[in-house]
Design a protein around this ligand. Structure first.
Ligand code: FAD
Length: 316
């Protein structure tokens, strides 16, 4: 009976929500094979994140690799640590959220283990069989793996977040080989925002090419602030330089499934829909009544956004 290892996505002090979604997926695998779910926290001074991981319901053990080499969690350094932990601990599955961290790390882990990476799963059928979207979400592939270790990234929107309280796992120290010397940290420029993180937000307001310029995005920010929402964008808006890359929702951007998604001046290309069509309620504002976004919208407003959005914000 092999156990299941979840790689924590964290900032040293707390876990990112994606870790909790990965724990839920790990729990579904564990319930089929009777294994335990463990979390690996790699970082520097990451004791608080490890303690947060120990409280997650359903987690039996937390492995903490506290080393200056893992301070910035560079995948070149963390991947060998994961591999030695997996082989030393006899794990049968390694999971991480399909976030920029997980998507950067786990393919390296799979390559080092010489197994296939199974990316972006949306369902656990059994311990070796998983569902994942293909063709921008237009078809679902059921994949079965015969590899000894299954290396999996988890589409966070497809799994509930595990309860972050209720567990009382032991925290155990582990060590790896440290810095691999293949890469070094130079700097990080992170978007500073008072608004919720895009993939975790309850409400998302997104703007597209119809916004015409970055100067007009404050119109959406005012609406977002009234709703406690995150601001997103289509790729056309990002490519035109209206907003930074990390705003992008879609096939090659972030996958979101908030309770409410408001698409403003977005036509609804399939690559955009791939990132937001699982939202609970979709509202579209577009001046073209033929725009494909209206086919997925629960509420559609055919209107000029420069008139409709300020009115909406004022009413709210
Ligand atoms: C491999 C690949 C990956 C891709 N990945 C992504 C992705 O991750 N995310 C993504 O979004 N796209 C992605 N795309 C691009 C995608 O195909 C579309 O080009 C893009 O989504 C279009 O963005 P848009 O809807 O903002 O722009 P447009 O299609 O130009 O639509 C603008 C809309 O604004 C409306 N509008 C204009 N002015 C107003 C106004 N005053 N009031 C109201 N409405 C107005 C118009 O009627 C129109 O419907 C990808 C494409 C490829 C090939």
């Amino acid at each position: 009976m092999a156990n299941i290892l979840v790689i924590a996505d964290h900032d040293g002090a707390s876990l990112k929500p994606a870790t909790l979604n990965a724990v839920t997926a790990a729990g579904k695998i564990a319930s089929g094979i009777g294994g335990d779910v463990h979390i690996l926290v790699a970082g520097k001074g990451a004791q608080a994140a490890a303690e947060a991981a120990a409280k997650v319901a359903g987690v039996a053990k937390v492995l903490l690799a506290d080393d200056a080499a893992y301070e910035h969690q560079l995948p070149e350094d963390v991947a060998p640590l994961v591999v030695s932990t997996v082989t030393g601990g006899g794990y049968g599955h390694v999971l991480a959220g399909a976030t920029s961290v997980g998507k950067n790390l786990l393919p390296r882990v799979a390559a080092l283990l010489d197994v296939a990476a199974i990316s972006d799963i949306t369902a656990v059928v059994s311990a070796d069989t998983f569902e994942r979207p293909i063709y921008a979400g237009n078809a679902i592939a059921t994949v079965q793996s015969a590899d000894a270790v299954k290396v999996i990234t988890v589409r966070t929107t497809a799994f509930e977040t595990a309860a972050s309280e209720g567990g009382s796992a032991a925290v155990e120290s582990v060590s790896g080989a440290g810095a691999a010397g293949l890469s070094s940290f130079v700097s990080a420029e992170l978007t500073k925002s008072e608004r919720p993180e895009l993939t975790a937000a309850r409400v998302v307001v997104s703007g597209g090419r119809g916004m015409q310029s970055g100067e007009n995005f404050p119109l959406l920010e005012a609406l977002a602030d009234k709703l406690g929402a995150a601001v997103g964008a289509s790729r056309a808006a990002v490519d035109a330089g209206f907003v930074p890359n990390d705003y992008q929702v879609g096939q090659t951007g972030k996958i979101v499934a908030p309770e409410l998604y408001i698409a403003v001046g977005i036509s609804g290309a399939i690559q955009h829909l791939a990132g937001m069509k699982d939202s609970k309620v979709i509202v579209a504002i577009n001046k073209d009544e033929e725009a494909p976004i209206f086919q997925v919208a629960d509420y559609g407003l055919v209107a000029d956004l420069f008139k409709a959005v300020p009115e909406l914000t004022a009413h709210i």
